[in-house]
Design a protein around this ligand. Structure first.
Ligand SMILES: NC(=O)c1ccc[n+]([C@@H]2O[C@H](COP(=O)([O-])OP(=O)(O)OC[C@H]3O[C@@H](n4cnc5c(N)ncnc54)[C@H](OP(=O)(O)O)[C@@H]3O)[C@@H](O)[C@H]2O)c1
Length: 293
């Protein structure tokens, strides 16, 4: 039995489809099973929350492999980014060790470090350390930006592209190696198939090209057939506006500064697509996936 957290998210929903096609028995730790859509009848469901450690301890009974994807890019009423992305992972690893889980697979992010400018990537660094130091076999994936047509980020860009000028937070010069969620899922499935070997393995997941934030927005514009000049909005204005929106709208705010800041920090690997290729996956170019090149 494989326990999957974050199965309702971008990577999780894609990975779940791949795992079920392969015939893997999956239990999903979810807050709301309805968000699993049609897949909910094909999996075991464990109701749980990253902010509720007993819920995930129970979910691990009889589990050999945990794939932990669930994470938060904004504070939630039940926990901060640091609690949900950092401490919860540490608790989950501890629970996995106690329950005799054989293998723990975790999603960090490229560039995660305890000194990182963003809260999310500082929390990921703490979590990654807990996974690396665990006594069970562990695999860490550190992706650059992951996307799929219709995901929340591309949908937001699509909506913004209806304006006469296309706003981009900051100078748009941060660099990424965007990787398609389908390619990410293929990498995870390939890693899961590998027989026991090293106690700890780390893969950096990056697409085949390095693109700035501005470049990615231009690719999206081209795929949606809209010609718009980019409007680079100075960072202090974006951060003040989003902080104000968060104070006024709370959890209903369409975007938060913690989320926007992730688009101002480069996420690249010097190895490029080499780790994905080592797993037998040749990641696609973003323009090819979005149908604009
Ligand atoms: N997407 C990227 O560009 C990117 C880049 C680098 C690293 N990563 C990492 O890759 C992993 C997967 O990313 P993703 O893009 O698929 O994430 P996502 O689409 O934002 O999905 C997040 C998932 O976590 C779940 N979750 C959030 N808060 C939770 C809580 N308190 N308790 C239980 N579950 C909770 C969500 O469930 P609900 O449906 O209940 O909200 C959802 O299934 C994450 O660890 C992320 O940090 C992603």
């Amino acid at each position: 039995m494989l326990l999957l957290t974050g199965a309702t998210g971008l990577v999780g929903s894609t990975l779940l489809r791949h795992l079920l096609t392969e015939g893997t028995e999956v239990r999903c730790l979810v807050r709301d099973p309805r968000r699993l859509g049609a897949q909910r009848v094909r999996v075991q469901i464990a109701l749980g929350d990253l902010a509720d450690p007993p819920s995930f301890r129970n979910a691990m009974r009889g589990v050999q492999t945990v794939v932990h994807l669930a994470a938060a890019v904004r504070d939630q009423p039940r926990g901060s980014i640091e609690e949900l992305d950092g401490i919860a992972t540490w608790r989950m690893v501890e629970a996995a060790e106690r329950q005799g889980v054989e293998r723990f697979v975790f999603f960090s992010a490229l560039g995660a470090s305890t000194h990182h400018r963003t809260r999310c990537l500082r929390a990921k660094a703490v979590a990654e350390k807990a996974v690396r130091e665990a006594s069970l076999r562990s695999t860490v994936f550190a992706p650059s930006i992951v996307y799929a047509p219709g995901d929340p980020w591309l949908t937001l860009l699509e909506r913004l592209s209806l304006l006469p000028l296309m706003p981009v937070s900051g100078r748009g010069r941060a660099l990424y190696q965007p990787i398609w969620a389908e390619d990410v899922a293929d990498c995870v499935v390939a890693a899961l198939r590998q027989p026991g070997g090293e106690r700890h393995t780390r893969y950096e997941l990056a697409g085949p090209e390095t693109l700035s934030h501005n470049d990615m927005v231009r690719i999206l514009l081209e795929s949606s057939g809209r010609r718009r000049p980019l409007l680079n909005v100075p960072t202090p204005i974006v951060s003040r506006a989003l902080r104000l929106a968060e104070r006024m709208m709370g959890p209903r705010a369409p975007a938060t500064w913690d989320e926007a800041e992730l688009m101002e920090v480069s996420m690249t690997s010097p190895r490029g697509a080499a780790d994905a290729e080592r797993l037998g996956v040749s990641p696609q170019r973003m323009a090819a996936v979005l149908g604009s090149g």
